[in-house]
Write a protein that binds this ligand. Structure first.
Ligand SMILES: [Zn+2]
Length: 425
């Protein structure tokens, strides 16, 4: 069967076999060749013209994995993996919204429905016609709107490839699809926000497992500190240069009765490129100490680093002394700009800001002396650094140091020894 024949067959079926195929073929050729109407438009118009229902056309049917953000007139056959509803008021009117996850043999997609003609349950197989997609948390979501038709299919007529994969927190990266995570709630705060005019509860915090930690936001799901939860059907998105786990009642969330020791395992800088990470642990050496490290002066109003007593925003000010280090850490797989704050810089140099001021004065007011001291102390010294790795396209990877440690040379020798042993040397 060639393409045109397939379309003729489709129209014939949509019209319930009431119109001759030759008539349909003639119409179709006319619309496409003479009127230059796109095929899907032409088919819909012909079915309408000949007294049929265009939503009965199979032509728009898609598989879930092929759905993108911003598609109109989507037809799919799917199984209901989860479904929930929420009631809310708009302008004093009570309304009910349904939401959940649909699946087919190619994948899964979240959906929302503003109106459902039939009561859907988990496990139902459905044919959905004339839905559309929009963006939700960086991924497509199917919307069942007022012009969408939903009908039940025979049970188990759609098979589902469940693409929810169990992951360790260290493995999470944005837009990887639905994931399952077992983690402990380290901290959490409750907030109320307005989304599309509807007040919603969001719980934000940190969840961790034995590989690392990640910030989360849980919509309309109450989570408690110290709870160990198995969350199946969460998403990962990028928020302020760091991955964030997002979930709502579409996910299956259940308490798990296990002791979970939350800790970070060292990661490579390469694995953080383009995604960042919360409170990650990296081992490497400092290969460069950037200008602007050492003793600096800041505007007392805005904190901006100043080279004179003039702030571009606040005019003449009395600058406040501070210390910091901007240094490039290399771990053999990649590099990151590490920012050490005043306290950490004082610890590295073994001097206080007041001492640094005196040292600069003793050196004819040349502040570069402090940077030289930092270089002497840090360059090529193996160290362990922990903090938030922010990934921004323009700036690459920036590591805001939370804590750090120098790796003992003995430690490294022992590690090398162990490695050789493991290799059978
Ligand atoms: Zn200022």
């Amino acid at each position: 069967m060639d393409e045109i024949e397939k379309h003729v067959e489709d129209i014939y079926r949509a019209l319930g076999g009431k119109v001759e195929k030759e008539v349909i073929a003639r119409e179709l050729r006319n619309w496409i060749v003479n009127f230059k109407i796109p095929i899907t438009e032409a088919k819909r118009s012909i079915v309408s013209k000949l007294g049929g229902d265009p939503t009965k056309l199979a032509g728009n049917e898609k598989k879930i994995k092929d759905l993108n953000v911003g598609e109109g007139r989507v037809d799919i056959k799917a199984k209901v993996i989860s479904i929930n509803s929420r009631e809310y008021e708009i302008d004093g009117m009570k309304r009910k919204m349904y939401y959940g996850i649909l699946g087919d043999e190619t994948g899964t997609i979240p959906f929302t429905a503003w109106r459902l003609e039939l009561e859907l349950r988990k496990g139902d197989c459905v044919e959905i016609k004339n839905a559309y997609t929009k963006e939700w948390q960086g991924a497509p979501q199917l919307v069942i709107g007022t012009n969408t038709r939903v009908s039940l299919l025979p049970p188990d007529s759609v098979s589902v490839k469940l693409s929810i994969s169990p992951r360790k927190i260290v493995e999470l990266y944005p837009r990887m699809g639905l994931v399952e995570v077992v983690g402990k709630i380290m901290e959490v705060v409750e907030k109320e926000v307005i989304v599309d005019g509807v007040p919603r509860k969001v719980y934000e915090g940190i969840i961790g497992d034995d590989t690392g930690e990640i910030p989360f936001s849980a919509w309309d799901v109450s989570v408690k500190k110290d709870a160990v939860l198995k969350i199946s059907g969460a998403y990962v998105r990028t928020f302020r240069g760091i991955p964030q786990l997002v979930f709502d009642p579409r996910a299956t969330i259940e308490p798990v009765d296990i002791e979970l020791e939350v800790k970070e395992i060292p990661v490579t800088l390469e694995s953080l490129e383009g995604k960042g990470g919360y409170n990650v642990l990296v081992e490497g050496v400092i290969i460069d100490v950037k200008k602007g490290s050492g003793l600096i002066y800041r505007c007392p109003e805005c904190g901006r680093v100043l080279t004179s007593t003039n702030c571009p925003e606040h005019g003449k000010v009395n600058p406040v002394p501070d210390m910091r280090i901007k240094a490039i850490l290399d771990d053999g797989t990649g590099a990151a700009m590490c920012i050490f704050n005043r306290e950490q810089t004082e610890k590295i140099l073994g001097i206080k800001v007041e001492d640094a001021i005196r040292i600069v004065q003793d050196n004819l007011g040349n502040p570069a002396i402090i940077r030289e001291m930092i270089e002497e102390r840090l360059i090529a010294v193996p160290m362990k650094v922990r903090g938030n790795a922010i990934s921004k396209e323009k700036y690459g990877l920036t590591l805001l140091v939370r804590d750090f440690d120098f790796l003992d040379i003995e430690d490294i020798a022992e590690k090398a020894g162990n490695m050789l042993e493991e290799l059978g040397w």
